[in-house]
Design a protein around this ligand. Structure first.
Ligand SMILES: Cc1cc2nc3c(=O)[nH]c(=O)nc-3n(C[C@H](O)[C@H](O)[C@H](O)COP(=O)(O)OP(=O)(O)OC[C@H]3O[C@@H](n4cnc5c(N)ncnc54)[C@H](O)[C@@H]3O)c2cc1C
Length: 519
């Protein structure tokens, strides 16, 4: 087979995945990562004896039977890893202490919702039924739509057929729309907060039903050790497959000759050539800056002008000398109303959602716990404040003060137990990952983007591919991995090679197989 080389930009999940699948298919791959660490947004960092986890609420495909599970096996991400499945997806409290507990077990959830709001039996049953239906929804992850033959299209159409009516009924329904269907005032209000990120009542109901279906099926658990340990497993797999990563190597330019990508120029001026270039960093930067907006069409222009991005966040990590025993593991945390609003930038937040990592002992010394709180916030605000370093630090401290005071009211005595505080803003996320406006999930999930497919190539530019969250609306770790896999499938097809995958059996023995999927 002809030897071919691939340069991959970025050692986040999409880049590592593209690297692993490239190596499995006999491409010589090389990853350039601008940071001194891999993982991108799938990361954790250490402070004063604590590990602050910067990513996972849950990992889709953490359990067998879910479509992403074989991908994690191929990438060596789950072998030997402990997964904890949440008892609750979320806990949403009202002013009087009443709680809407979104249990992961849907029979328990149904009973709990009916106890809270017997007058809403019908709406509750329709909601629970929706979760049941989504348990069998055939997510098309096995190969990119670009490679669908007419037969593949037909097969997929047939698999989707039973869901058509359901999709017609709920495809355009948002969380806000559905919340209004409840008569019970508490449930109507609480349901709005089922999606963790504040200011997202327009989140599509179908997306939420899907997540709850995975939770019930125990295929959206948390990998103990946290996000960076998870990313390291992919990194190890990549290196074992013969790949190479160059750290602190920022790619400044895509080299193009006759409308073909032929390599990259690094920030230090060094140039390297390859047959193919895969870019997994920020989409806006590569399209408009690195390639000067030359390879674009109206559709791509429209995304960047009109599609909302997942709001950037301010992320507060706390190390607390307390064990929080008896508090069940909630995937997104406990969301409660504040006696005094917390001011973040120009916005006052009336509620706070805290995630208590008592389910991962690796993140804190014995008997202590890592806590995390975050708020959606405005990138432009933080970009401006950052110009005045003293004010930037002061505002971060003020936010941490407000969060600690609010948590102390909810968990008395907590303020005196705080040993470590760490605040990251959208500018921090932008600095470490290069993502547009510090967004960590790319395009926002909405009723429009839920089934949207974006091209992984740019019009008029050959041998150049995009992978990662800027071409996979909704973002997230599994779609980033799928994206790296899909791009390799496209390249293999281009080069007339069969797409081969290998996986690590639990015995760590390398097993070879053809594409594990069957479309
Ligand atoms: C607080 C938080 C919570 C989250 N919760 C979840 C969750 O529960 N479940 C889930 O699935 N996902 C979650 N995510 C999202 C998930 O982490 C991301 O969507 C995913 O990791 C994105 O991967 P990626 O490879 O597409 O991009 P990135 O992680 O952004 O990787 C891009 C990489 O490219 C590098 N790079 C960029 N430009 C260059 C350049 N010019 N030269 C060299 N290198 C470059 C960057 O440094 C980075 O390492 C969360 C993220 C955050 C921050």
């Amino acid at each position: 087979m002809e030897e071919k080389s691939t340069i991959i930009i970025g050692a986040g999940i999409a880049g590592l995945s593209a690297g692993c699948y490239g190596q499995m298919n006999d491409y010589h791959t090389l990853i350039f990562e601008m940071h001194n660490e891999l993982g991108g947004c799938c990361t954790s960092w250490k402070r004063a004896g604590y590990t602050i986890d910067g990513c996972f609420h849950y990992l889709t495909g953490s359990g067998p039977g879910q479509v992403f599970y074989p991908i994690w096996e191929e990438l060596g991400a789950l072998q030997g890893r402990t997964i904890v499945d949440p008892e609750e997806y979320a806990r949403i409290e009202g002013k009087d202490g009443k709680a809407f507990i979104v249990y992961a077990d849907i029979d328990r959830l149904e009973q709990h919702m009916k106890d809270l709001a017997p007058e809403d039996n019908e709406v509750i049953e329709a909601f629970i039924n929706g979760i049941r239906i989504m348990m069998n929804f055939p997510m098309p992850v096995e190969k990119p739509q670009e490679l669908y033959s007419p037969i593949d299209g037909l097969k997929m159409g047939l698999r989707m057929l039973p869901f058509l009516g359901f999709y017609r009924k709920f495809g355009n329904v948002t969380i806000q729309d559905y919340a209004h269907r409840f008569k019970n005032p508490f449930l109507r209000q609480a349901f709005l907060h089922i999606v963790n990120l504040q200011n997202r009542p327009d989140f599509p109901l179908l997306g939420q039903l899907q997540v709850l279906a995975w939770m019930h099926q125990k295929s959206a658990g948390y990998p103990v050790g946290g996000s960076l340990a998870f990313a390291h497993a992919l990194g190890r797999r990549y290196l074992d497959l013969g790949g190479k990563i160059h750290y602190e190597a920022r790619v400044a330019k895509i080299l193009v000759e006759n409308d073909r990508a032929v390599g990259v120029r690094l920030a230090d001026g060094c140039e390297l050539r390859s047959d193919t270039v895969i870019y997994t960093g920020d989409g806006h930067h590569v399209i408009f800056d690195m390639l000067g907006g030359k390879y674009i069409n109206g559709r791509i222009q429209g995304y960047y002008e009109r599609l909302p991005i997942t709001p950037p966040i301010i992320h507060i990590g706390l190390g607390v000398a307390r064990s929080f025993e008896g508090i069940p593991y909630s995937a997104t945390g406990t969301d409660f109303p504040l006696e005094e609003p917390i001011t973040v930038g120009d916005h006052k937040h009336e509620r706070l959602c805290v995630r208590i990592y008592n389910f991962d002992p690796t993140l804190a010394p014995a008997g202590k716990t890592m806590l995390k709180v975050y708020f959606a916030t405005d990138y432009a605000y933080w970009k401006k404040v950052k110009q005045d370093p003293e004010r930037y630090e002061m505002e971060k401290e003020q936010i941490a003060d407000q969060v600690v005071a609010a948590l102390d009211r909810r968990y008395p005595g907590l303020a005196a137990q705080v040993e470590m505080r760490d605040v990251a803003t959208p500018v921090t996320f932008e600095h470490y990952t290069g993502n547009w406006q510090g967004s960590f999930m790319g395009w926002q999930t909405s009723t429009k983007t839920l089934i949207m497919r974006m091209s992984k190539t740019l019009p008029g530019l050959k041998n150049f591919y995009l992978a990662g969250k800027w071409v996979e609306p909704g973002g997230g770790v599994p779609t980033a991995a799928m994206s790296g896999r899909n791009v390799t499938q496209i390249i293999c097809q281009q080069d007339n090679r069969p797409f081969i995958t290998t996986f690590l059996a639990s015995s760590q023995q390398l097993t070879s197989t053809n594409n594990t999927f069957g479309v």
